[in-house]
Design a protein around this ligand. Structure first.
Ligand SMILES: [Cu+2]
Length: 119
């Protein structure tokens, strides 16, 4: 229930945000759900478009993990029982790595994924 309300809020906020900016698109900001568990993210590969904002909705299935995109200077904790939102607008095309920066066990070093940004 909480989750539904949160999603609705984000969608509304993004619609208003775009209206204020006078954007021609009538679509809301796209939401991408990413779930974390020892020692992987799902999905591990995310496709984005340059200059197009998206909201990541991050959840964890087991314990606290991190979500860090070093090339965008963005990071957050992902805490059990909570949906953490991170708005991302990629500024250039290319491949961006993300990884877990909260030590979560012996497979922690390999807990990562890739964002591909296209023009
Ligand atoms: Cu970790």
């Amino acid at each position: 229930m909480m989750k539904r309300i949160r999603i609705a809020t984000v969608v509304l906020a993004s619609i208003f945000g775009m209206t204020c900016l006078g954007a021609s698109s009538d679509e809301g900001v796209k939401i991408i759900k990413i779930s974390a568990k020892r020692f992987e993210y799902s999905p591990q590969q995310i496709m984005l478009k340059k200059g197009v904002p998206v909201v990541f909705q991050l959840t964890t299935e087991d314990r606290t993990h991190g979500f860090n995109i070093p090339s965008m200077n963005l990071r957050t904790d992902i805490v059990p029982g909570k949906v953490t939102e991170l708005k991302v607008t990629p500024q250039k095309a290319g491949e961006l790595d993300f990884f877990c920066d909260v030590f979560c066990g012996s497979g922690h070093e390999g807990m990562n994924g890739k964002i591909t940004v296209t023009e």
